[in-house]
Design a protein around this ligand. Structure first.
Ligand code: XMP
Length: 511
């Protein structure tokens, strides 16, 4: 099952991860690899096309990344984007100049010559620029394909050599016909067949996992979140009962969540799923603790302890499955979000489990691709479209001490919020939406009586990657329903507030 591949060489630009996934979206498998890959390695990799990404450098910088010139004479079609376009021109004898002013944002460009790259793209359209340097003189045999008033060589190419360069970013949504341009590169320039689908991915991964694991034993920590659920289901499809999943019920999950995990994976898919009922020990350890970081630490440690206990019962396993996805790989590579990710990816587990190798079948995928795999595997929307939930779950949505009473109030309020969002059909438009129980109490009046109860805050944000977020503009009538229902149906809640803070300066979670 050998599918075609497009190689994306990473020159350090901020949109690079996007390029590979856009190519995959267009039906061709694509990988992002470091830009120092040699011509020999590239030939071995055997791509049908190569894309050079953008990057922060100028080709004249002392430490600017360069490319082995032979890469451009392998006969493999090449598309250079931004820095990648400048680098091709520079390498082949053209001239790159430093512009007086940087060009940033939307620009209208005009197509100047016919070429397969711009087939079906109107004469003028909008692109997204972000550069200082630009190509001034083209190497021999290349022609200008598109221009803007301030950037005469906005796109260039040689149909004979199948090498093209664009100064703008076709991978970002702001470039009107960006996707069309990439499609043209793949299908008209590289002659791709379009043999990459989620069905292929699933079949290929299942075959690979089967070959790798055989009849050895695999263990998976299932959090109930999308990534671990999809990873486990994929491995289960490959090796069935040789996979054991451990789900730690720490008593801090959202309403009905542990039951859903058991019903979907143990009852539905017939997975070997162990549910470790550890609520008591988690809640006991959290008694009297109010500091958010302390809560997180206790939960993280306790989680590992419980998992270790369960793993010991199983004995030696050969493989540990992790639901690591591409953004996690990138983030850990850059050393970011260590604390957040360590729990998310059950980072502490490898040290306590006796195993030989980690299996990460979703390592190359983005969240929405993982969701597509989940759907392909037949998982229900309620699993596949589950919103992200932090490892410490409701414990960091209860301000101050976590008590059983507060947990119950929060669970019920959160459930109503989720229910109303679903009824309004907003589930897929909002990145995360949840209730928080604040540590304030206020005076209210219910049925002619004075009440003195908790303030519940509603938090809902839109985001693409959780690194930045904006508060969601939920229609007032939906908020009104939520507020009325919570104050009527939930015990110990008499006031509802809506959080209208973006991230930054706030974070998505309250603690
Ligand atoms: P913040 O609150 O930092 O959250 O804006 C960013 C994203 O990360 C999630 N989050 C966590 N995920 N373990 C996790 O697995 C954690 O400890 C954790 N803390 C926050 C949060 O829900 C949001 O999606």
């Amino acid at each position: 099952m050998q599918h075609q591949k497009v190689l994306v060489l990473d020159f350090g630009g901020q949109y690079n991860q996007l390029i590979a996934r856009r190519v995959r979206d267009l039906g061709v498998y694509s990988d992002l690899k470091p830009c120092d890959m040699t011509a020999e390695e590239i030939v071995k990799y055997a791509p049908v096309g190569i894309i050079f990404t953008g990057g922060p450098n100028s080709v004249y910088d002392k430490n600017a990344p360069h490319i082995d010139k032979t890469v451009l004479s392998l006969g493999i079609p090449v598309l250079g984007i931004c820095y990648g376009a400048q680098l091709i021109a520079h390498t082949l004898g053209g001239k790159v100049v430093h512009a007086e002013t940087s060009e940033y944002g939307r620009r209208e460009f005009t197509v100047m010559a016919e070429s397969p790259l711009f087939a079906g793209i109107p004469k003028t359209s909008v692109c997204w620029m972000s550069h200082t340097d630009r190509v001034a003189d083209l190497p021999e045999g290349f022609e200008v394909l598109a221009s803007t008033p301030s950037c005469p060589v906005t796109a260039y190419g040689s149909a004979e050599r199948n090498i093209y360069g664009v100064q703008f970013h076709p991978e970002v949504a702001h470039t009107e016909y960006g996707s069309k341009l990439l499609e043209n590169f793949l299908y008209r320039v590289c002659g791709a067949k379009g043999d990459w689908t989620m069905k292929n991915f699933v079949e290929e991964q299942v075959a690979k996992l089967r070959e790798k694991i055989g009849d050895k034993k695999v263990l998976c920590a299932m959090s109930g979140g999308v990534d671990s659920a999809v990873a486990a289901t994929l491995v289960h499809r490959a090796v069935g009962k040789n996979l054991t999943c451990v789900f730690v019920d720490h008593g801090l999950h959202r309403k009905n969540e542990p039951e859903e995990v058991v019903s979907v994976f143990r009852d539905g898919l017939k997975m070997n799923l162990i549910k470790a009922d550890a609520a008591e020990e988690f809640l006991t350890r959290l008694e009297g603790v109010t500091d958010p970081e302390k809560k997180r630490k206790i939960i993280g440690e306790q989680f590992i302890r419980v998992f270790e206990r369960e793993a010991k019962k199983i004995g030696k396993v050969d493989f540990l499955v992790q639901g690591t996805i591409y953004p996690d790989v990138i983030e850990s590579g850059k050393g970011k979000s260590a604390v957040i990710k360590s729990h998310h990816n059950v980072g502490g587990l490898p040290s306590v489990v006796d195993f030989e190798e980690i299996v990460e079948p979703l390592r190359d995928l983005f969240k929405d691709e993982v969701r597509k795999v989940g759907t392909e595997l037949g998982l229900a929307d309620s699993v596949v479209w589950r919103q992200p939930c932090p490892g410490p779950a409701l414990a960091i949505r209860i301000m101050g001490e976590v008590t059983r009473e507060k947990l119950e109030t929060l669970r019920d309020a959160d459930f109503i919020f989720r229910d109303e969002i679903a009824k309004a059909g907003l589930e897929r438009d909002i990145w995360q939406y949840f209730a928080v129980i604040t540590d304030s109490k206020t005076v209210g009046v219910q049925g002619d009586f004075r009440t003195y109860e908790n303030v519940i805050a509603l938090r809902a944000v839109t985001s693409v990657d959780a690194m930045t977020a904006d508060w969601a503009r939920i229609p007032f009538d939906v908020l009104e329903k939520v507020s009325t229902r919570i104050t009527n149906e939930v015990k110990h809640a008499n006031r509802i507030v809506y959080d209208i803070t973006s991230k930054p300066p706030a974070t998505i979670e309250w603690e």
